[in-house]
Design a protein around this ligand. Sequence first.
Ligand code: HEM
Length: 388
Amino acid sequence: MNQRRSFFKNTLGLALGASAVLSGASANDLTSRIKSKTANKYEFYGTHQQGIATPAQKFIYFLVLDLHETEPKKISEIFKLWTAQSTNLSEGKNIEKYSSNALLPPVDTGEADSLEHANLTLTFGVSASFFDKLGLKNKPSELADLPHFPRDQLKEQFVGGDICIQACADDPQVAFHAARNLLRTARTSLSPKWSQMGFNSFMGSDTPRNLFAFKDGTINPKKTELDKEVWIKGGVFDKGSYLIARKVVMHLETWDRTHLKGQNETFGRQRASGAPFGKTDEFSEIELSGDNAAPETSHAFLAKSAGAKILRRSYSYASGVNERGALDAGLLFISFQRDPAQFIAIQSALGLKDRMNEYITNIGSGMFACFGGVSRDKNDYIGKRLFS
Ligand code: HEM
């Protein structure tokens, strides 16, 4: 509460000067968010952060922030504040109760006031540059910039950043509202570097289809494999995970001119069922040799032959029309892994060979270490281990 007060005192001090004028209930009062009928399936607190092994919700708002502040103490105060606010947001509440002072900007931006929690999850991570800017000495050696990959055409505006906030929910406005309010709270110390909204539609427990119409997410580590493949063991990110984000443009018009046989050969799976060649079940084992083998240049063949496993949790995006007059659409690829080397092995195997390269361009990239979960202990907060 004190931190919140000091934030508003610092940032909104001028407005506070006029605050004595109005108080008590009035027509200007705002009512807080409607009470959700059910509890969020995903509590903010836990061993691991939500939004990693959590089944993907339908929408994402992914926000990457740059630090202006180099004083670790100030950033730890922001992380404490974000912990309290994230708990409220996950429960479908405003970041903080509205004041009755109509001469202050409302403490919550309010666009979710008529909406429930929508199973919101918030996941926080930091990059290598975060440690460098704050002069923190406990950076794990795995946390570094990704190497340049063949055919990367990265645009500076979608690369790097110091902090990521992944907001996922079954309602796009709830996801956006959460990220917007967390940013607003810390605006004097941080600014947005890049962001992407995404969608991921599916019925029931079906595997979602990407914008090339293929089921995407069929092969992912099983629950029993998460300890081995996804969760970091030990160190400041214990029970966290490395997040790799890639903004990938998908050239839909070129794809839509490709015959179905070519589309199937590009992925090494059948578009209708998602099944491997020669099989009818989406979840049958994909074969790398023999009569039913997927083509050697297909995406699934190359990704599988790398021999590494990652947890993919990607979202499609469609963001208007590009400078060539085509739809600006693609995939916000997100994967979680215990060690970035797992992603690097697969991306290197795809390399120049992946037939899908003809239809995509990688324009954005970032690596963030996501913290372990926050416990219910009132002294715990996001990223506490970094500062202690
Ligand atoms: C626009 C970009 C991409 C699209 C549209 C895409 C699409 C697909 C599709 C349709 C599948 C087959 C179904 C499935 O198992 O989910 C697949 C599999 C896979 N993809 Fe991608 N992918 C993209 C980028 C990437 C990247 C950047 C990586 C990692 C470097 C990757 C790693 C994998 C892996 C590991 C598999 C599973 C392979 C297996 O073991 O069968 N994908 N992808």
